[in-house]
Design a protein around this ligand. Structure first.
Ligand SMILES: Cc1ncc(COP(=O)(O)O)c(C=O)c1O
Length: 387
């Protein structure tokens, strides 16, 4: 009876609908399904962060509308974090903006900078929000392929000049969801040069940058000379501190870009709950042992999956960072076909690569955010399959 707006009707179909249906059918048959689909940590938020929230929630000063740009205290904590982590100096007033989770900022950015018909460069395979937010702003996503032969890094030289000139935004995710690829400062420097040449805004989504293995440290885009002139880094407390439900993150970098995003935010939200921002400060400034413990848990799970899938004869890509393992499906299967088989025959849900874009075809993704025992069981079940 009520017709949806064009921008909603033109969103790509929900590619996981079939997987969800198969999962529900398996559960209805009484199968004990192990879901390795979503990236949502099962371990709790660190105790000192919860305690800070409780304390801040009792203060009536925090019950009022927050500032849409975020409290200065939180933004100062973010600036301290960049100084500590990457020796990057930011002005918390103009170069940091609090977000209600990274997704909120990523989804609102095209509203600030994309006119109907403008191109937006999106990684393929990539986090679907970049593409869908572009469509909702009536922009046109242009897929930048992330190919195995290039270590899943974009090849900037293959982006047609005409496209680069017409594009407004360039979304990047490093460490990558889903390919688990990591960036180097050299690659970021190329991106800065590319963005300068074509007048593009770079948006580097660093949601997974702190979940690293074997002592690896992921570079910050903002550290690269010239990055502050062309882009921002979007960040999140969700994965680092097991805070997905809390909805807190930030955007940092170029002040003009943040001002544009801030203009959208003044009109659509009223900022993150102040008590959550205080808890966020406790997370950023407080003891980091819980992060180290969580990383060790993921590293053990990573090794279980990498070894198990390797034993199955699959081509698996061990992550240096992030909480996913990316893997090729066996010869003769599509990604949805193989993922369907895993549900039907092993009761294990994974994510088909094609759900992240056409260049994700031929791969599937496993999330490490499930209890280790369940993950081990899932791998054992998968090893029993014939294909
Ligand atoms: C690449 C990427 N960016 C951002 C997010 C969302 O982060 P947040 O919980 O801060 O909104 C996710 C969540 O899975 C993600 O995979």
């Amino acid at each position: 009876m009520f017709e949806l707006a064009r921008r909603i009707k033109s969103l790509p179909p929900y590619l996981f609908a079939d997987i969800d249906r198969r999962k529900a059918e398996a559960e209805a048959r009484g199968v004990d399904v192990i879901d390795l689909g979503v990236g949502d940590p099962v371990e709790p938020t660190p105790k000192h962060v919860i305690e800070r929230l409780c304390e801040a929630a009792h203060d009536p000063a925090n019950h009022r509308y927050p500032s849409y740009t975020g409290s200065m205290d939180f933004r100062e904590a973010v600036a301290r974090w960049y100084k500590r982590k990457a020796e990057v100096k930011l002005d918390p007033k103009t170069q940091v903006l609090t977000l209600i989770g990274a997704k909120e900022g990523l989804a609102h950015l095209p509203w600030a900078f994309v006119n109907p018909g403008d191109l937006v460069l999106v990684p393929d395979p990539g986090y679907p929000v970049y593409r869908n937010a572009t469509v909702m702003a009536e922009g046109v996503p242009f897929s930048v392929p992330l190919l195995e032969e290039r270590g899943f890094l974009p090849d900037l030289s293959t982006i047609p000049e005409r496209v680069a000139r017409q594009a407004k935004l360039f979304f990047l995710t490093f460490p990558s969801n889903p390919t688990r690829a990591v960036a180097t400062e050299g690659f970021f420097a190329e991106v800065v040069e590319f963005a300068r040449t074509y007048g593009l805004i770079v948006v580097q989504d660093a949601a997974y940058s702190e979940i690293t293995y074997d002592g690896f440290v992921h570079p910050s885009f903002l550290k690269v000379p010239g990055a502050l002139d062309v882009g921002i880094e979007v960040h999140s407390l969700s994965k680092t501190y097991n805070m997905t439900g809390w909805r807190i993150g930030w955007a940092a970098g170029n002040e003009e870009i943040l001002e544009g995003l801030g203009k959208v935010k003044t009109n659509v939200d009223s900022g993150a709950f102040q008590a959550v921002q205080f808890a966020g400060i406790a997370a950023l400034d407080g003891p980091q042992e819980p992060v180290e413990r969580q990383k060790a848990i993921y590293q053990e799970r990573r090794d279980i999956v990498v070894e198990g899938l390797g034993d199955m004869g699959l081509r698996v890509f061990p992550p240096k960072a992030g909480c996913y393992v990316w893997c090729r499906v066996p010869e003769g299967y599509t990604s949805e076909g193989f993922v369907g088989k895993l549900i039907e025959e092993a009761g294990v849900v994974t994510t088909p690569g094609v759900g992240f874009g056409e260049h994700g075809e031929g791969y599937f993704r496993i999330s490490l955010t499930v209890p280790t025992g369940r993950l081990r069981e899932a791998v054992e079940r998968m090893k029993g399959l014939k294909f």
